[in-house]
Design a protein around this ligand. Structure first.
Ligand code: S3P
Length: 426
């Protein structure tokens, strides 16, 4: 797909789709609750549809009217053995969170996903789930999917996670629902806490202290009505586009601004961005606001440490922003980017380099010497939705635009992305 330069400022309002992380969890926890859970503003992206499909195979009746999702939960012990392999598609969240649930069942499940999922590290969940007493086998013996998970009565553990990962933390907390005592996870930095917030709303006893989250077993979970906030990770492309295209002013509506997810706002402000939060409120226990973003002159910054998990999925598009900011931006402690849907570190360094950016990869991040014009290039998405959207934004301000190859992968998290971007360019 050829994406042209924005010759005019971006103007208007955009309402971005529901949060991917929250949409997944609404389906999963709704399945484990008694009664019906109704979800509005659910993200109808391929990843969340994979979660729905897996839970249907586990015996849960889920209606998808497009307007809302209705999950007819069967309680903590109501899942039934699937008759076929569960396909988690491209979704790491589905794969890792469902594994925690499956570890506590009295049946065996096999699950797998696409080529990307089959190369992503699952040792990080195999280890703690095995410590809890589940039998989790990587069928190709490479610590990746396909996984065969034999559920067992589980033993509560305290797990010191080597990575700040909400997927790992959530996997263990979900297994903890089926354990014989309080299960807890400590991570090096706090990762997104949607599992803790939403499970509490469903009726679980979850406590958080610093970077440790704990859960008591065997709660009674009750169906809920959930209105999913807009995904700040999807809003990120419009934030960066509006900051970069001269004269732009864009209102991004109903965006989730949970402090474990809002690192992009903090970084943009540190770079000199003009972003105003309007209409701040709470929805389903999650803070929400409208974001008014205006074109700004930006300068480089340092992105590292505890900030990293709060903006982990936004680093590709922040690298684009940094390429246009004056001075140097240094990104450190971001080695997790190598094991996302693609190796986002290598791809960003090579692809921004192909556009003429002065960028250097490091072991755990990158150094970007920004402020020079970038030129046209053909960039492969590597079937990674966030790479495709980041380069669509880069194309708005590069000389001659950008051609994004295999651009349709935005379906994973934002099927209407190109249409919504187009509306702001009219
Ligand atoms: C997610 C957690 C993050 C993030 C992913 C969604 C979640 O992964 O990159 O897109 O919903 O829990 P890690 O927690 O493994 O970093």
């Amino acid at each position: 797909m050829e994406l042209m330069q924005a010759k005019m400022p971006l103007r208007g309002e955009v309402k971005i789709p529901g949060d991917k992380s929250i949409s997944h969890r609404a389906v999963m926890f709704g399945a484990l609750a008694d009664g019906t859970t109704r979800v509005t503003n659910f993200l109808q992206g391929a990843d969340c549809l994979s979660t729905i499909s897996c839970f249907r195979k586990l015996g849960i009746d889920i209606e998808n009217t497009q307007e809302e999702i209705r999950i007819h939960g069967k309680g903590l012990h109501g899942l039934t053995a699937p008759t076929e392999i569960l396909d988690t598609g491209n979704s790491g969240t589905t794969t890792r969170l469902i594994s925690g649930i499956l570890a506590g069942q009295n049946f065996t499940t096999t699950l797998t996903g696409d080529a990307s999922i089959q190369s992503r590290p699952m040792g990080r969940i195999i280890k703690p789930l095995s410590m809890m007493g589940a039998t989790v086998e990587s069928l190709k013996e490479n610590q990746c999917a396909p996984l065969q998970i034999q559920g067992h009565p589980l033993t509560a553990i305290h797990y010191q996670s080597p990575v700040a990962s909400a997927q790992v933390k959530s996997c263990i907390l979900l297994a903890g629902l089926y354990a014989d005592g309080v299960t807890s996870v400590t991570e090096p930095y706090l990762s997104r806490n949607h599992t803790e917030l939403m499970l509490s709303h469903f009726g679980a006893q979850v406590t958080s202290e610093g970077t440790t989250a704990s859960i008591a077993p065997d709660p009674e979970l009750h169906g809920l009505d959930i209105s999913v906030p807009g995904d700040i990770s999807s809003a990120a492309y419009f934030i960066v586009a509006a900051l970069l295209v001269p004269g732009s002013e864009v209102l991004i509506k109903d965006v989730g601004i949970n402090p474990t997810r809002d690192g992009i706002l903090r970084v943009c402000k540190a770079m000199g961005a003009d972003i105003t939060l309007l209409n701040e409120r709470t929805a389903a226990g999650e803070p929400v606001a409208d974001l008014l973003v205006r074109h700004s002159e930006l300068h480089g910054t340092v992105i590292e440490g505890e900030l990293i998990p709060t903006l982990i999925d936004e680093i590709p598009v922040l690298a684009v922003l940094a390429a246009y900011a004056d001075g140097t931006t240094v990104i450190r402690n971001a080695e997790e980017l190598k094991v996302k849907e693609s190796n986002r570190l290598d791809i960003m360094v090579n692809s921004l380099g192909a556009m003429g950016c002065d960028i250097e990869g490091t072991d755990d991040g990158m150094i970007i010497r920004g402020g020079k014009p970038l030129h046209h290039a053909s960039i492969d998405s590597h079937l990674d939705h966030r790479i495709a959207m980041s380069f669509a934004v880069a194309g708005l301000v590069s000389e001659g635009g950008v051609e994004v190859l295999r651009a349709d992968c935005v379906d994973i998290s934002y099927p209407e992305f190109y249409a919504d971007l187009g509306k702001l360019m009219k």
